[in-house]
Design a protein around this ligand. Structure first.
Ligand SMILES: Nc1ncnc2c1ncn2[C@@H]1O[C@H](COP(=O)(O)OP(=O)(O)OP(=O)(O)O)[C@@H](O)[C@H]1O
Length: 347
């Protein structure tokens, strides 16, 4: 009864703290916050603009376009907190936005983090969340949350395989009997794909473009496998020879070429995880295949490329950008059942 009242007064929160996007879900309400992991600051200070509200969508609009007095920064890189203070400010803003927090009541929070996180990086997550206003904090490995969100039968004595391609990290894991039996965290994901496009445009078009333009090209034209109808797109940037702004036309074949290197690294990581598995589990994978999730799973043809290279069925989950948040929310909803297996930060 008391627990029900506490949950009503101050709902528990599920947080997918991502390099590019942060999502917060509330049991019974679904995803209530889905915003970029960006904070805008007054240059030379640690003050978040707008009295702590220049966070997320508003701050993202400022990225790369800010006047000299304003800096837009990301508190996470490669899936881990690199700016503790900013992460705390960002979490405080998102948690306030998500909960009907009453004075003095602190929500219980479950946060999804990369499986390969170090003890220091993990401690930073607990500290940031607590200082941002959380009560009891638990962390769950992202691949576990992704498998739960994807509805994979992870409690069964058979292999379920997930590859979560985010912005900063790609998490690959094979789960059986509710445990990760083999896995890896690669620091190759959406950001590295954007950087590969920036590099390609410089080398092949003598055109300097920003990371946001590269991301737009990746989303608009990006692909991993030949398309039935190839696409083209105009791109604007700075001519690196003449030093003046210029337009160029890019094709989907060229973007596919640009993305070759990061995609090869991700596929090599998946192969490496399969090699770590017992032959019995490998034989399960032949039937059950690989499930792709995270924003990178939206890259056109990535399932076909992986299927061709790995020889197992590969499918992209519906709504891959929210899988981890949805899986974390299921844990929050059944916290009494999951509590024992979650990391509560007690040394
Ligand atoms: N249609 C698309 N095609 C290719 N990539 C996409 C598409 N839509 C989004 N992305 C990419 O997905 C990435 C963000 O995915 P996601 O929100 O899953 O990452 P994250 O959780 O913030 O990162 P991480 O898990 O590494 O901390 C970005 O790099 C974005 O450019």
């Amino acid at each position: 009864m008391l627990d029900r009242f506490r949950r009503w007064a101050c709902p528990d929160l599920a947080i997918d703290l991502g390099t590019v996007n942060t999502l917060v879900a509330v049991p019974g309400e679904g995803i209530v916050v889905n915003e970029p992991s960006v904070v805008a600051l007054q240059k030379g200070t640690r003050r978040v603009l707008g009295q702590g509200t220049a966070v997320g969508k508003l701050a993202r609009q400022m990225l790369g376009r800010t006047p000299d007095s304003i800096v837009a920064a990301r508190p996470l890189q490669d899936g881990v907190i690199t700016d503790f203070e900013l992460c705390e400010a960002m979490m405080r803003y998102f948690m306030r936005k998500a909960s009907r927090q009453r004075r003095g009541l602190r929500p219980r929070v479950v946060i999804a983090v990369p499986a390969g996180i170090t003890p220091v990086e993990r401690r930073a997550v607990f500290n940031s969340a607590e200082r941002a206003g959380a009560g009891r904090v638990y962390v769950i490995p992202e691949p576990t949350a992704a498998c739960i969100g994807a509805g994979l039968p992870i409690a069964e004595p058979m292999a379920s395989m997930i590859c979560d391609i985010g912005g900063g990290t790609t998490e690959v894991a094979v789960m059986s009997l509710s445990d990760i039996v083999a896995g890896t965290s690669l620091k190759v994901a959406g950001d590295e794909m954007d950087a590969a496009i920036v590099d390609y445009m410089k080398r092949h078009f003598s055109l300097k473009i920003g990371m946001q333009t590269a991301e737009k090209l990746k989303i608009g034209l990006g692909n991993a496998y030949p398309l039935e109808q190839e696409l083209t797109h105009d791109v604007r940037g700075l001519d690196t020879i003449s030093g003046v702004p210029r337009k160029a036309m890019v094709t989907s074949e060229e973007i596919r070429q640009a993305l070759l290197d990061p995609l090869e690294k991700i596929i090599a990581g998946v192969k490496n995880v399969i090699e770590q598995c017992d032959p019995e589990l490998v034989s399960d994978l032949v039937d059950n295949g690989l499930v792709l999730t995270g924003g990178g799973a939206l890259l056109r043809g990535i399932d076909s490329l992986m299927n061709e290279q790995l020889g197992i069925p590969v499918r992209v989950i519906d709504d891959p950008l929210t899988t981890v948040a949805r899986g974390t929310a299921i844990c929050v909803e059944h916290l009494a059942k999951w509590r024992e297996s979650l990391d509560a930060g007690d040394e």
